[in-house]
Design a protein around this ligand. Sequence first.
Ligand code: XMP
Length: 328
Amino acid sequence: MDPNVRPGNMERITTPALAEKFIAEQIAAIKAQVGNKKVLLALSGGVDSSVVAALLIKAIGKNLVCVHVNHGLLRKGEPEQVIKVFRDEMDANLIYVDAVDRFLDKLAGVKDPETKRKIIGAEFIRVFEEEARKIADISFLAQGTIYPDILESKDGVKAHHNVGGLPEDLKFELVEPVKLLFKDEVRVVGKALGLPDNMVYRQPFPGPGLGVRCVGAITRERLEVVREADAILREEFDKNGLAGKVWQYFTVVPDFKSVGVNAEGKRTEGYLVVLRAINTRDAMTATVADIPFALLQHITDRITHEVAGVNRVAFDLTPKPTGTIEWE
Ligand code: XMP
C-alpha cells in the first residue's frame, strides 16, 4: 500500500468523535515511529503546522523542538500568539527566532516580486538550517504536508515540502501526521486538539507574508502601514461576521504617495491602502466579495484616522482573471 495514497475507505473526518479517533491513532503512530528521539518542526502558526505541533506535543512532549522564525512579514500579533499558545499554554519546547532585521536588510531596495519571494524563501531555509545545527540529536523533521500538497506535487503543480531546501547532511526522516487529510479535516482535528478558532479557521496567508503586499521595495515604514491597516480590516471583518465567510481579505500598499488634504485644509502626501476581499474555491479564479458599502466607509474612516501616514483607501473590484489575488 502506497503510504502517500489516501485509502478509498478512509472516512472523512467531519465530527469531534472522528477527530479524537484520528488523534489517538496518530499519537500511537508517532510514538512508534520516533520512540525517544527528537523531532524538529518549523512552526509558522498557520493551521497545518500548528495542528502537527499540537499532535506531536501530545505524543512526545518536549522531544518536539518547534522553531518559529519571525521574518518581520507576519501579520500583527502572530508571533505573540504562537508563543502564547505553544510555549505558555501547551508547554512546548519552542525556539523563537527574531530574524526581522536579517530579512528586511536582505530585502532592502529589492523591487522585483519574484526576487523578493526567492530571497524570503532562501533566507528562511538558512535561518532554519542554522537553528537545526545548534540542536544536538535531531533525527526527524515534522511537516504540515496535507493531501492536496501530495496530489499537486504528483501532478507537478508545485513542490510541497515546506523546508525541502535543507542541505544533504540535514536530510532527516519525515514525520507527516496529517498528510492524508484535506484542509477541512485538518481544521476539525485542530479544533479537537484545543487550538484557538482564529488559528484553526484562519484564511490562507502566503509564505512571503506581508512582503508581497508591501508592493515594490519593502520599507519598514510602509510595512507597518500594511500591517496596521490589515489588523483593522481583520478586526472589522471579525466584528461584522465576515471572517470565515470571505475566503481571503487583506490590504496592499503601493510604493507611491498620493496627494490629499487634512482637516486643517493643508495639502498632505500619504500612502494609499488598497482593500482586497475575494471568494474562490481553489484560488485559480476568484470573484470579488460583496462587502456592504457602509462597512467599507467605516474601514476607510478607521484606517485614514488610525494608521499614520495614510490619506487614501481604495477597494479593489478586480476578479481573477484579470487580476491575480495578490498584487505582485
Ligand atoms: P495569486 O496572487 O497567484 O494567489 O492569485 C493565489 C493564492 O496563492 C497565494 N500566494 C502565495 N502563497 N507563496 C504562497 O505560499 C507565494 O509566493 C504566494 N503568492 C500568492 C495567495 O495569497 C492566494 O491565496
